[in-house]
Structures are given as C-alpha cells and as structure tokens.
Design a protein around this ligand. Sequence first.
Ligand code: PRP
Length: 212
Amino acid sequence: MKKMLNIALPKGRLGEKVYDLFEKAGYECPSIKENSRKLVFENSEKGVRYFWVKPSDVSVYVERGAADLGVAGKDILLEYAPDVYELLDLKIGKCSMAVAAKREFVDDRNKPLTVATKFANIAKRYYAKQGREIDVVPLNGSIELAPILGLSDVIVDIVETGSTLKENDLVVVEKFLPISARLIANKSSFKFKTEEVEEVQKKLQALTQETE
Ligand code: PRP
C-alpha cells in the first residue's frame, strides 16, 4: 500500500513551474489549476496532496513534518538553515544573490556599511569573509527603496532579470551566489516513506537532466 505524500509548493511565479514539473513526473492533480483560493489539492490515486504556502515558509512546513516534501529556493535554505534533507537541484527558478547600489555609490571602507536585506545571515556571511563590518537594515520587501531613500548604502537581494534594479536606477555591484529551486524532504519522512520519496526524487531527477 502506497503512502500519501504531503508536498508544500511555493505559491507564486515559481510555484507554477514547480507544479508543472511534478505533473510531468506523473504526479498530476488537475484540480490545482481550477481554483485560485483553495490551498490544498489531493490526488489519492497518485498518492499526493499538494498545498500552496508562502515560498519562505516551505522549509518550516517540511522541517516540522507538516509536509514530507517541498520545494524551496537555495536562498531560503542558506538563510534559515532548516534541518531538512536537500534532495535535488531542480534547475528552475534560477537567479543570483547580489549586492546592488546606486550608480554613484562609492564604498568608504573606514565606515561600517549599511546593508538593507531580507537575507541578514547571507549578507553577514558574505561581508564577514571580506572582513567588512556591516550594519544590517532588516526589511521584508521593496528592498530597492532603501538606497534610494538613504536608508542603506547597498542592498543584498535576489536578481533575476535585473529589471527591478534597472527601473529603480540601481546597479549590480557583485553577483555572489547562484540560486535555484531545491527539492527538500523531512528527515523522518525520508526514513518512513523512503520508497515514495525516492520515487519522486528519481522521476524529477530524470526530468531535470533532460532540460540540461
Ligand atoms: C525578487 C527580488 C527583486 C526581484 C528581482 O522579489 O526581491 O525585487 O525579485 O527580479 P528581477 O531581477 O527579475 O527584476 P520577488 O518578486 O521574488 O519577491 P518579493 O516581492 O517578496 O521581494
């Protein structure tokens, strides 16, 4: 008897690509495309139950076992270091973690640098490696505003196409970390639902290799 897998998908632009990948892998659940307000979708025949969660919350659901599997960005995994298994690089949702600033910004290394970001740990680690002291300004969104309004010298944020930076007259100082979506698993689910989890992993792996 196959065990049901609970799968946390990141709501939003990455989520649709992720669901399409699961569908291609043979874990379809067509009702997911019909209703935009519902959060839980199940295909008992295929043994999957999907739910949409905020991208930054996927690892919380998986770490605590509310989900057996999930898909989270490498950025979230590095920032929060959840106690989960990272099973596979899905090679989608590719972007970079970058430092950006106003075009005219010049770093004065005698002063601590103010850095606005959602990724305080990643930013601290990046600057610690350079022996640079920073003052983190923690924000939850619209990070690009910070240098414009003088709230920070630079930002550490995700850059995908670069258009958000461009439209706000900011430039990339350095892209320092490639990011992509990862399949993650709860540690005890991996032990108790090994067969089901490994089957998903294998099927998704075959698809990600195809697109290489
Ligand atoms: C990210 C990031 C930038 C934007 C970059 O935000 O914070 O604002 O994408 O993408 P671009 O280089 O293609 O313009 P996202 O929409 O992921 O989420 P957020 O609104 O929560 O920051």
